[in-house]
Design a protein around this ligand. Structure first.
Ligand code: AMP
Length: 118
């Protein structure tokens, strides 16, 4: 699948749609999910365009990938869940439930999550 420039997260990154920003650096933007499943439910997106996790791993340089994961950790710290525990999830492809085709991870936390990912 080709990257679609008008997906929701691309529009948020361009400032065309609002978001509640949690963390930002030169590589990532993190903002609250509009339909939170847990008390803390934040999405972390790279600023560069990748369709999904597989595309990110295939095309992003190693330093860019490292910077992304550092941004995920910084986001967890900014929300407080780094201290209390959190889950990082990505839906890779439509059959896995991906609905926005700009790579992102979900950070879930703010309550005990149990031992089983959904
Ligand atoms: P998925 O592609 O399945 O990983 O999920 C996309 C996520 O984006 C869902 O959890 C949505 O609630 C969330 N979402 C969709 N539109 C927005 C938006 N405008 N602002 C924040 N979160 C959004």
């Amino acid at each position: 699948m080709d990257y679609e420039n008008d997906n929701v997260f691309a529009r948020i990154l361009r400032g065309e749609l609002p978001c509640t920003k949690v963390y930002e650096d030169e590589n990532v933007l993190a903002f609250n999910d509009i339909n939170p499943k847990t008390p803390v439910h934040v999405l972390v997106v790279p600023k560069a365009p990748y369709v999904d996790f597989s595309d990110f791993v295939a095309r992003a340089a190693a330093a860019e990938q490292a910077a992304f994961w550092a941004g995920v950790q910084r986001t967890a710290e900014a929300t407080g869940v780094a201290a209390t525990g959190f889950r990082v999830v990505t839906n890779n492809g439509a059959s896995a439930g991906q609905i926005v085709f700009h790579f992102h991870v979900h950070i879930y936390g703010g309550r005990p999550l149990g031992g089983r990912a959904k």
